[in-house]
Design a binder for this molecule. Structure first.
Ligand code: NAD
Length: 488
């Protein structure tokens, strides 16, 4: 028998101080595949933020005193409850975000696995000096009240699970603020959490664009764990500076993947899959594909052979791989980039500059997978993060030159090198300016190692021991066996 009650997925509430609460006014998002309304969700007011913060402050004091082992038990229980309702959560993700149901199930399964992996990590006391006169050590203490501000592309995992588990394990409490486009699954995470955590430890508030700034400005929130765009990240940092809140910023990327002359041919379908997974809406997806000129034509031929197998469609349709863009803003942004491709006369290898192929066939925000043939470095499709199923494929000949081009950007989230010559790959990867460099892989993430952006792609890291530390103060403890004389 499970030691928890399954939750219902029909109605949606804020979670404040251990209770499900409604608001006078509500809002909703649309299913990006059908453009039909999703259910109503709360539209939080500034008073709701205050109530949640006061409950969080109170809970933070006692939760910090709970032993690591007991916090771990609670987090593990939460993971098991999530595991038992994977399909309910996955269906919600498909309806709010659009990704194919099997990919949403994978998002959930990986979320559960990661929470369990976080539970295996711990922050130990470090002894710096220990002798007959003094003992100096450092330990990690929780920051207190953390607000997690989340975008819409992977609402449960890694965006929410990758914040909740490290924050709660380290003794912090958390208020989740989902994206207004994907509030549903995050509200249900906090609702399920009510069965495992004391009131105020894990709360969630849904709202519109005013909600984030109310949180970043709030004097009683100690840290903002933010994931989103560079532009919003800058506003978050500016706002947090007024109260000296701690802040972690996980921001946008424009990742290069460099394909070398001796690439294993089996890599090309993988690269194509990564570039178009979730319709390109992955922060560390492949967004610029640099291909050595000697294999350019072969890579293009393989890409063209693979693309017809990546079917566009409603996430509940059999065999669909490329979902719609999640919201109208993103759809318009990709549409603008495609107009620019058309206006500047760039050549297409596949796809279309018109966003909805097969008029009448699709109602949602669908864009056909589109590949641009060797565009110039300063074209928008190369220089900007597209966050859509539209990628440039660009020729290179000289190693130093391609590294320079890969690095010539304000972004620095991920980068990859694809070759069978690991020595060459190591040499190239060591010169790439990115938070993560992969060799013969890309966007492969894990709970046990840190992830973050260089340059404008972020500040600080999440995940791994370093990510856990970002939810803590470092406290130094110096103990003398007899009073210090102030001299030695
Ligand atoms: P966004 O910056 O528009 O919104 C992110 C979140 O911030 C949302 O919850 C939004 O409501 C909130 N917000 C908006 N204005 C705010 C303000 N002034 N103060 C506080 N909060 C505010 O980003 P998006 O469009 O939701 O997401 C797409 C972007 O996120 C892309 O650039 C993508 O690369 C990036 N992203 C990065 C990572 C990463 O780990 N580095 C992961 C996923 C997505």
């Amino acid at each position: 028998m499970p030691s928890f009650q399954p939750i219902s997925f029909d109605n949606f509430f804020n979670v404040i101080d251990g209770k499900l609460t409604s608001t006078e006014t509500t809002r909703r998002s649309v299913n990006p595949s059908t453009l039909k309304n999703n259910p109503d969700v709360p539209l939080s007011t500034i008073e709701d933020v205050d109530k949640a913060v006061q409950a969080a402050k109170k809970a933070a004091e006692s939760w910090a005193q709970v032993s690591w082992e007991d916090r771990k038990k609670a987090v593990e229980g939460f993971a098991s409850a999530l595991e038992a309702q994977i399909d309910d959560f996955a269906a919600l993700i498909t309806r709010e975000q659009g990704k194919p149901f099997p990919r949403a199930q994978l998002e959930m399964r990986t979320g559960v696995e990661w929470i369990r992996e976080f539970c295996q990590l711990s922050l130990l006391e470090t002894v710096i000096e220990d002798n007959s006169t003094r003992r100096i050590s450092t330990r990690y203490t929780p920051l207190g009240v953390v607000a997690a501000i989340i975008p819409w592309n992977y609402p449960v995992h890694p965006l929410a699970c990758g914040k909740i588990a490290p924050a709660l394990l380290t003794g912090n409490v958390m208020i989740l603020k989902p994206s207004p486009f994907t509030p549903y699954s995050n509200l249900k995470l906090a609702e399920l959490g009510l069965q495992f955590f004391p009131p105020g430890v894990l709360q969630a508030l849904s709202g519109d664009d005013r909600l984030g700034p109310w949180m970043t400005e709030h004097p009683d929130i100690d840290k903002i764990a933010f994931t989103g765009s560079i532009e919003t990240g800058k506003k978050v940092m500016e706002s947090c500076s007024k109260t000296l809140k701690r802040v972690t910023l996980e921001l946008g990327g424009n990742d290069p993947a460099i394909v070398c002359a001796d690439v294993d041919p089996a890599a090309i379908p993988t690269i194509t899959g990564i570039a178009f997974d979730n319709a390109g809406q992955i922060c560390c997806g492949i967004k610029r594909l640099y291909v050595h000129e000697s294999v350019y034509d072969t890579v293009v031929a393989t890409l063209l052979a693979v693309l017809p197998h990546l079917k566009l469609g409603d996430g509940f349709a059999d065999g669909a791989f490329i979902p719609p863009l999640t919201n109208v803003q993103q759809f318009e942004r990709v549409r603008e980039l495609l107009s620019e491709v058309e206006r500047t006369g760039l050549k297409l290898i596949a796809g279309s500059t018109k966003p909805t192929p097969g008029a009448g066939k699709y109602t949602g925000y669908f864009v056909a997978p589109t590949v641009i043939d060797n565009p110039p470095e300063d074209s928008k499709i190369v220089a900007e993060e597209q966050f859509g199923p539209v990628i440039p494929i660009i020729k290179w000949t000289d190693e130093e030159d391609v590294i320079k081009r890969a690095n010539n950007t304000r972004y620095g989230l991920g980068a990859s090198v694809w070759t069978q010559d690991i020595a060459q790959a190591e040499r190239m990867a060591s010169k790439l300016q990115a938070g993560t460099v992969w060799i013969n892989s890309h966007a492969e993430l894990g709970a046990s190692y840190p992830f973050g952006g260089h340059k404008n792609s972020g500040l600080g890291v999440e995940w791994g021991i370093e990510g856990m530390k970002s939810y803590c103060n470092i406290q130094t403890k110096l103990v003398r066996s007899s009073p210090w004389d102030g001299k030695s």
